[in-house]
Design a protein. Structure first.
Lengths: 113, 113
């Protein structure tokens, strides 16, 4: 079965704290892609990152970093020194060979000033 | 580039009415998708299209129809609206299949009363 699990429904932190959003996936495909999207309160979906199954290098983009570990089928997302503008729902998604995205249920992150 | 645009932004329907949600992309993408997002859930695929004249069912196609007469447009038709179709609908597009990022429109919030 193809599945994406985001076990953390809601997380609340105070500004400047670091926070990690967990994502665990299941797939039998050997070639697949993983994504993170951000959905701010305004409702649109904003693409953050894409990672293919053959590239396990961690990635850093400013305050954002991603840790992909095939051994544990995880693709976790860390925000360093969180800011109020990071408040949003974050979705992890798996794209399998058939092309459509399978989304997790999302993690709602609230960053308090 | 406007990217992916959707109209209308909001709509209230009565049970049994029909309507068409419009989606247009100006990125010359071959692939287009319709998703629905229910409260507290990730997105689920309704229909997708790999090119003009070609459409296929996703995970939750019942109660919906689509057509793709041009590369740019991918309207979603609701016939005989039901309360279970109350949701936020997102259209997305991508250039290719597996490795390409899907870009999303701003969404249409539909309520069926």
């Amino acid at each position: 079965a193809q599945k994406v699990t985001q076990a953390q429904t809601e997380i609340s932190v105070v500004e400047k704290e670091d926070v990690t959003l967990d994502c665990v996936y299941e797939t039998r495909d050997t070639t697949y892609y993983l994504f993170w999207y951000k959905q701010p309160p305004s409702g649109e979906l904003v693409f953050l990152i894409r990672r293919n199954s053959f590239d396990e290098q961690n990635e850093i983009s400013g305050r954002y970093s991603w840790n992909f570990q095939k051994s544990t089928s995880s693709f976790n997302f860390t925000i360093t020194a969180s800011q109020v503008v990071d408040s949003a729902v974050y979705f992890c998604a798996l794209r399998r060979s058939q092309g459509n995205l399978i989304f997790g249920k999302g993690t709602k992150l609230s960053v308090k000033p | 580039n406007a990217g992916v645009t959707q109209t209308p932004k909001f709509r209230i329907l009565k049970i049994g009415q029909s309507m068409t949600l419009q989606c247009t992309q100006d990125m010359n993408h071959n692939y287009m998708y319709w998703y629905r997002q229910d409260p507290g859930m990730g997105l689920k695929l309704i229909y997708y299209s790999v090119g003009a004249g070609i459409t296929d069912k996703g995970e939750v196609p019942n109660g919906y129809n689509v057509s793709r007469s041009t590369t740019e447009d991918f309207p979603l038709r609701l016939e005989l609206a039901a309360p279970s179709q109350t949701s936020v609908y997102f259209c997305a597009s991508s250039y290719g299949q597996l490795q390409d990022t899907q870009y999303f429109g701003p969404g249409t919030r539909l309520t069926v009363l």
